[in-house]
Design a protein around this ligand. Structure first.
Ligand SMILES: [Zn+2]
Ligand SMILES: [Zn+2]
Length: 403
């Protein structure tokens, strides 16, 4: 377990200011954790996080942020800005909070803890506002689990001019760097022709057969895919009655890879599999891609700052988790210097997107990690506010990574 926040000396430099941040977060402990539990008990899926976004917006407004909600094109996006007391336009440091849940599972990814820690970091920075130049930019970012809400917010200009974007994600391991798979959502629909399944089956064109064939093709395709590539999906519609040849069937799939060029090849092959299934069954097939997310471009300067601040609390972060997922934070990391650190809220080996992980996200252990994450995120931001050279170094590393 990490050390208690208020009794542990923070990492140098600027340890005094960082201690004030830790104390402010400790003082707001009940408010931050109540938010985490309220969101956990009221899970809302991507693009539907109406209550969570409202609670998050109210919380940062209470601590002096000027809040826009909704902001941009997403109804459940939030922006709160807080100008530092020292004046000036730079730096502008983004503190991000996710709050969407998984359909049918609830907060199996622990985004309740992310939302609360983002708000907690905002509270910590509000407490030292008079010491800061520039601006704190709190962003409530919807739809991470499906749809890549952060890409909408990038397109809406909400990440423009930020010097850094910081968040934390709950996990079963502690690590500051992360690998992310490029990912895309694909909705597939087959259209055939309905007929009586006993008296006139030859009059029908079976859309469900096409979907079954697509799943079979994907299953065979997997044997030849590279180890880091993933294709997985569910059936959304498979007919309405056993005695009707289904005239419509639909599925939702995701494609993922660590390699952007290979990922593009996979998309082409997937479309070919849909066309082949349609051809074989005489149906029409359509594949609609959306919500693309990118690989992660960890900013090495921000990684080092976060790592140092984290270690002061007795956490020894390990190497990136070899079990890779995807996140729209990858998209952010190619437009703004960014990190995606993960902290353990449960024992190593607990699967993500599971009932066990969902239940872990509401435990006392998760609560302590939520507060720790808020503290270390805010302290990392504080270093950027205090030291223009670190901001510049992060910007240079970012420019290099894009070359
Ligand atoms: Zn997540
Ligand atoms: Zn997730």
């Amino acid at each position: 377990m990490p050390s208690p926040l208020s009794s542990t000396p923070p990492a140098a430099p600027y340890a005094d200011g960082k201690a004030r941040i830790a104390a402010a977060i400790e003082a707001a402990r009940e408010e931050i954790l109540a938010l985490s539990h309220r969101i956990h008990e009221n899970p809302e899926p991507a693009f539907e996080e109406v209550r969570a976004a409202g609670w998050v917006a109210d919380a940062v407004a209470r601590h002096g942020f000027v809040v826009e909600h909704p902001v941009g094109s997403l109804e459940t996006a939030v922006r709160g800005t807080l100008r530092g007391g020292k004046g000036g336009d730079r730096p502008r440091v983004g503190i991000l909070a996710e709050y969407d849940a998984l359909p049918g599972l609830g907060h199996g990814c622990g985004h309740n803890s992310m939302a609360a820690s983002g708000v907690g970091a905002a509270i910590g920075l509000a407490a030292v506002r008079d010491e800061l130049p520039g601006e704190v930019v709190f962003l409530g970012t919807p739809a991470e689990e499906r749809g890549s809400g952060k890409q909408f917010m990038i397109d809406d200009g909400l990440f423009a001019g930020l010097d850094a974007a910081l968040l934390y994600h709950p996990s079963d391991k502690d690590h500051v760097r992360i690998g992310l798979l490029a990912s895309v959502d694909v909705d597939v629909a087959f259209t055939g022709r309905a007929s009586h399944a006993a008296s006139d089956p030859w009059m029908g064109l079976n859309a469900l057969d096409a979907l079954v064939l697509l799943f079979s093709s994907i299953g065979l395709w997997r044997q030849q895919l590279r180890p880091d590539a993933r294709v997985h999906g569910i059936v959304l519609e498979g007919g309405t009655a056993a005695n009707i040849i289904p005239d419509r069937a639909a599925g939702r799939f995701m494609l993922r890879s660590t390699d952007q060029a290979y990922f593009d090849e996979m998309r082409e092959r997937f479309v070919a599999l849909v066309e082949a299934a349609a051809l074989a069954t005489g149906t029409r097939g359509e594949a609609v891609f959306s919500g693309g997310s990118m690989t992660m471009n960890d900013n090495p300067v921000l990684v080092d700052v976060f790592d140092r601040n984290l270690r002061a609390y007795g956490v020894e972060p390990g190497p990136p988790d070899p079990n890779l997922g995807s996140s729209d934070m990858g998209n952010v990391s190619w437009v703004v210097p960014a990190i995606h650190p993960c902290l353990a809220i449960c024992d190593a080996g607990t699967p993500g997107h599971s009932i066990q992980f969902r239940d872990a996200a509401a435990t006392a252990r998760a609560d302590e990690v939520t507060l720790l994450a808020a503290t270390v995120v805010a302290q990392t931001a504080y270093e950027l506010f205090m030291d223009a050279a670190t901001v510049d170094a992060a910007a240079r590393a970012f420019d290099d990574s894009r070359r």
